[in-house]
Design a protein. Structure first.
Length: 321
């Protein structure tokens, strides 16, 4: 299946795996970057053409149909500059490197019109308003902590995006997971939108390629501290991949499932595990080729206090067991 994008026109072919699906559901599989409600709206507006005809959203697909989707132009939004405290790890005229705390949303969206990292960046450097998304080239989930890079010029932004595509912008995460993997390894499994819940991602044969490398850094009784390196950057990638191999990230409210306690867990461990209410995931290391100088640069930041405390309690429990 090949998808071709020409300005605001996207052309693709409905895969045979969608045979028998209602059209709006098949479009949600084919174009996971758009919500199903958005695709339904575009169908009603006549912005979807199937084999040169205007369809209805309840039409069933057979697979193999050619789809032409006209994506409406989005009106530019004037984001607010807001005095939000930022932990700047590095800066020069081309880039900013930020250590994002838990709870800070990266970009305004539905239900979160302001109070985001982007709003804080605009307050820190007003010139970022001239760049798409204020120079943000990659994201972290709201409750994932750690390093992010922000471009301060259009040239730097384009070069960083190219590094992301070529996998030379390297990101390494610390993750506390349930269960103890026997060894490190590689997870190569496509990720797409969950057809039953658009807020979730899932392993899907029709999703986008996703590759995660991981190694075991410390083992505890029924948990482990991993280092995960992203070869791709799909939404919720590490969280979905860890769940896929049976080792979900501790505290993950979406993919974590039931919290597991080691047998005879003491009060300190029970409190640490049951009280950890976000995913224990931290972007610990970032490496790039500087967009102006060409020098290879690397930054590392320690885990936040809540993850350090969790790891300490797990170590103490393992030592006493």
């Amino acid at each position: 299946m090949v998808t071709v994008e020409l300005k605001n026109i996207v052309k693709s072919e409905i895969p045979q795996s969608c045979q028998g699906m209602r059209l709006d559901k098949a479009l949600a599989v084919l174009f996971p970057q758009y919500s199903r409600s958005t695709l339904q709206k575009w169908l009603k507006q006549g912005l979807v053409v199937i084999d040169d005809e205007l369809p209805a959203q309840r039409d069933q697909v057979q697979g193999g149909e050619m789809v032409e989707l006209v994506v409406p132009e989005i009106e530019p939004v004037a984001w607010l500059a807001q005095p939000i405290k930022l932990n700047i790890v590095y800066e020069d005229q081309q880039i900013l490197v930020v250590n994002k705390p838990a709870g800070l949303i990266v970009h305004p969206g539905a239900g979160n019109p302001d109070g985001t990292l982007l709003n804080g960046l605009l307050n820190y450097d007003a010139h970022l308003s001239e760049l798409p998304r204020a120079g943000i080239v990659h994201r972290l989930d709201k409750d994932t902590t750690g390093l992010m890079i922000v471009a301060r010029t259009e040239s730097a932004r384009l070069k960083l995006i190219r590094q992301l595509a070529q996998h030379t912008l390297q990101r390494t995460y610390a993750a506390v997971v349930q269960g103890v993997p026997v060894a490190g390894g590689m997870i190569n499994a496509c990720i797409g939108r969950d057809p039953h819940d658009r807020r979730r991602m899932t392993i899907s044969s029709t999703g986008k390629p996703a590759l995660t490398h991981y190694r075991v850094e410390r083992r505890f009784r029924q948990h482990a501290l991993l280092r995960c390196a992203l070869a791709t950057g799909r939404t919720h990638q590490i969280r979905v991949h860890m769940k896929h191999i049976g080792h979900p990230v501790v505290g993950d409210p979406v993919y974590g499932g039931r919290k597991r306690l080691p047998a005879n867990a003491g009060d300190a461990l029970r409190s640490a595990l049951l009280g950890f209410s976000r995913q224990a995931l931290h972007a610990a290391k970032l490496a790039i080729t500087h967009p102006a100088s060409g020098a290879r640069l690397e930054w590392s930041v320690p885990m936040p206090i809540d993850m350090q405390t969790l790891v300490k309690v797990l170590q103490q429990d393992a030592a006493s067991g």
